[in-house]
Design a protein around this ligand. Structure first.
Ligand SMILES: NC(=O)c1ccc[n+]([C@@H]2O[C@H](COP(=O)([O-])OP(=O)(O)OC[C@H]3O[C@@H](n4cnc5c(N)ncnc54)[C@H](OP(=O)(O)O)[C@@H]3O)[C@@H](O)[C@H]2O)c1
Length: 277
């Protein structure tokens, strides 16, 4: 595999290997709302992050998914002590249609990331928090068997029966005030109280909307594959009403990769939120 990628910003023109790009970068352990919260998307040139799946629902487009981006997704997971997922993901996981099962990959190709985690004093796998109003899924037993703490954060409309079913399975349930879905200041406070340092949000565009509305997101990593794919319905990395406050970022770094899918190029960008005031 040709490992080379070229920096566009900063230090334009510098060539470096893909492996280690995100593993070896510094990430803070404090963000604007408490823990440092970061997320990652892969998008087409026309801005799509998902397309309809044959089995129903949406999925990451096969036309843009690629091993080089997946490597970086894993390197980002390497820094996290908590992964943030959604009820939608666990429903898809139960139905057998989800992309993966919230790990830092156990393939030999990712062994360096496990070494990195051990050196940083991090557990082999990050804990998992799930945002869900509906609670209509079973947490995969494998997550609990791996010794990971699994927390479901829900809203004030959660039914007792569903809460108790999760608790019996060994899942912690935190019911937040301020709405049927977890969000707003209650979510910010709830996440901070959990005591984690770096939270990697691996959910979709509605959770992204929730994180931006609650002013919780600190950094966005975006792989842009230079391929136009079309598709209905259009789904970008943030979906929902107009945001009360825009999400404003500064480009921190951008790398050009000439080895994207099918001979397309792609870019790997990191954006950090503009600090308040
Ligand atoms: N290309 C990429 O990089 C990338 C990355 C991530 C996801 N995706 C794709 O995006 C697609 C769509 O994901 P999605 O639309 O289901 O989005 P999502 O943001 O992953 O999940 C939405 C779910 O989050 C829960 N949720 C909790 N609090 C919420 C709140 N305040 N507002 C809204 N939702 C809240 C809800 O769960 P309950 O229904 O249980 O209440 C809701 O179903 C998926 O197919 C996924 O593959 C692509």
């Amino acid at each position: 595999m040709n490992e080379s990628i070229v920096s566009c910003h900063p230090d334009a023109g510098t060539v470096r290997p893909l492996t280690g790009l995100y593993r070896d970068m510094e990430l803070p352990d404090h963000g604007r709302g408490g823990p440092f919260v970061y997320t990652n998307y892969i998008a087409s040139l026309d801005g799509r992050i998902s397309v309809p799946a044959a089995t129903g629902g949406q999925k990451v487009p096969d036309r843009i998914a690629n091993a080089r981006d997946w490597r970086l997704f894993q390197e980002l997971a390497g820094h996290a002590d908590l992964l943030l997922s959604s009820g939608r993901y666990l429903r898809e996981f139960e139905a057998g249609t989800a992309q993966d099962s919230l790990p830092v990959g156990t393939d030999a190709a990712f062994s360096d990331i496990h070494v990195f985690r051990a050196r940083q004093g991090l557990a082999p796998q990050p804990d998992v928090a799930v945002l869900s109003g509906r609670l209509d899924f079973a947490v995969p037993t494998r997550l609990l068997e791996q010794g990971r703490r699994v927390i479901v954060m829900t809203g004030e409309a959660a039914t007792d029966a569903r809460v108790q079913a999760h608790e019996r399975a060994g899942v912690e349930v935190i019911a937040l005030p301020q709405g049927e879905q977890p969000g707003g200041n209650a979510l910010a406070t709830g996440l901070t109280r959990l005591g984690y340092r770096r939270i990697y949000a691996v959910a979709g565009p509605y959770v992204m909307h929730t994180l931006l509305s609650a002013q919780l997101l600190d950094a966005l990593f975006l792989t842009r594959v230079h391929r136009i794919i079309g598709g209905h319905p259009f789904a970008s990395l943030c979906e929902g009403d107009l945001l009360p406050e825009t999400g404003d970022f500064q480009l921190t770094s951008m790398y050009l990769d000439a080895q994207g899918p099918g001979g397309c190029s792609q870019t790997f960008s990191r954006y950090d939120i503009v600090p308040a005031g």
